[in-house]
Write a protein that binds this ligand. Sequence first.
Ligand SMILES: O=C(O)CCC(=O)C(=O)O
Length: 272
Amino acid sequence: MDDRIDGDEYRVSDAERAHFITRGYVHLRGLLSEREVARLEEVYDRFLRREIAVPGKDYCDMAGDYGRDPDDFSIINVMLPRRYFPAWQGNVFERRAASVTRQLCGDGMSIDYDQLLAKQPFKDDAVFAWHQDMAYWPDTPDTRTATLWLAIDDSTVDNGCMRFVPRSVNESTLRPHVPQFGDRGESHALGAFLRPDDVVVDVPISRGDVTVHNERVLHGSGGNATAGFRRAYVLAFRPDETIAIERDLGFTHSHNDDDEVLEQVGVEGESR
Ligand SMILES: O=C(O)CCC(=O)C(=O)O
C-alpha cells in the first residue's frame, strides 16, 4: 500500500508543491492503484465505443475540425463525461484530485470541467497544439487552476505524452493564440507558437500517475506513433467564484455552448 495515500487523501510533498508553483506543472506518481484505474477504464472505453451518448460537439477531434468523420478522429475528445455519465460524479479520481488541489491551490476549489482525451494508434497528426489553458477561458479575477491529467495508458514520448515550457509561467501576459482549424464554430482548438529560446520538457508518466498543471503554463503534446491508444482523463479544478462567473456568462466548457459566448474568449490572448 502506498504510504502517500490514505483513503481519499494523497500526500503531496513540499518539493512537489514548489515544483507546481515555480514551473507550472508537477508529476505525481501513483495517484490511483491499478485496480482503481481499471474500474474507470471500463467506463472510459464505453465512451470511446460510443455506448454512452455524448451530444453534438462534445464528442469531437482536437486535431481537426468538427466536420471530420468520427472514424478518422486523431484525438478523440469527450467533453464533460461526468455530465453524460452522472454515476462518475464523486469517483475515486475526483476525490483524490480534490485532495491534491487543496494542497496545491488551497480551499474553495471545485471541478469546473472534465474531459477524456484519447489519441488513436498510429496517428502522426494527433498533435495537441501548444497553448495556455487560460487562452480558452473567459477572463476572471481569480484564475487559479489545478488541471489533473490522469494517464490511463503509460504515456510516452512515442505516443504523445504531455510536454511543457516551464518558464512561460513567469511571463506577464499570455502568448497570442490562433484558431487551428477554423473558428469556434468549426473547431475548438487554439494554438500558440513556440519561441526559439523556449525550453520544452517532455513528461512521460505511468498508468495511474497524474501531471497537474496550472492555467498559464504553455503545454501541448505530439502525435501517436505507436500501435496503442494514449488515453488520458482530465479534471480541472477552479475557484468556486470563478466557476460561478463563467456560468453567469453562459460558459460551461461544453463545445455546444452558444458560439457567441465561445467567440468572446480566447482568440487574442495578449492582454491577460
Ligand atoms: O492530452 C493532451 O495531450 C493535452 C491536454 C491538455 O492540453 C490539457 O489537459 O490542458
